[in-house]
Design a binder for this molecule. Structure first.
Ligand code: COA
Length: 165
């Protein structure tokens, strides 16, 4: 448990990456890799302590089905909150911050892929106004990046949720 007073959400700065890597070791390489890309890596922190993150991809999705159905829609990836503060709306605030950034960029829609069995994340997105698309499960890939940043890609399926901004 920790106080959430002064929680701020903003794009990652270089000093966030080591701290994020300590908080979510399995995603250290992923966030480091994405911080170099064109999208937005959002970090929630109190002071200098990160408590959560998400990557907002603004490039067309790698899944052809997403592009065919939704066009070059931005997507949320790897929303993560520190276990010790889950259930205290940090995740909600990160998603809302992502939506605000996208709206300011003139985006009208956002999508997210959710792993099968992640009922908690589904409830979160439904509560925030996301709705499951009508085209069933999406063939996708799951990416892991090791701490050296080497990305390992394995086939997977997920559910897709979309919100009009
Ligand atoms: C999903 C996750 C980001 C939510 O963050 P959070 O800060 O706890 O979310 P909030 O407090 O804003 O909202 C809580 C909602 O998340 C859901 N949730 C999922 N896992 C939870 C957990 N371990 N503790 C509390 N709530 C959880 C609850 O359904 C809750 O919905 P409700 O309030 O309608 O019941 C967080 O649980 C997490 O990091 N999970 C592991 C990674 C993950 O599954 N990411 C989603 C990828 S699509």
């Amino acid at each position: 448990m920790g106080g959430l007073d002064g929680l701020r959400i903003s794009p990652a700065v270089p000093s966030d990456l080591d701290a994020l890597g300590r908080l979510f070791p399995e995603l250290a390489g992923y966030y480091r890799d994405r911080a170099r890309q064109a999208g937005i890596l959002l970090v929630a922190r109190v002071g200098r302590r990160p408590l959560g993150a998400a990557y907002v991809s603004t490039r067309p999705a790698v899944e052809p089905e997403i592009v065919r159905r939704l066009g070059p829609v931005p997507m949320l990836h790897k929303l993560m909150v520190d276990e010790t503060v889950r259930g205290r709306r940090v995740g909600t605030r990160i998603v809302r911050a992502a939506e605000i950034v996208l709206r300011r960029q003139g985006r009208r829609r956002v999508a997210v892929g959710v792993d099968l069995g992640n009922a908690g994340a589904v409830r979160l997105y439904l509560r925030l106004g996301y709705r499951e698309w009508a085209w069933g499960l999406l063939d996708t890939v799951r990416e892991h990046a090791d701490e050296a940043g080497k990305v390992i890609v394995v086939p997977d399926v997920c559910r897709v949720f979309v919100k009009n901004l």
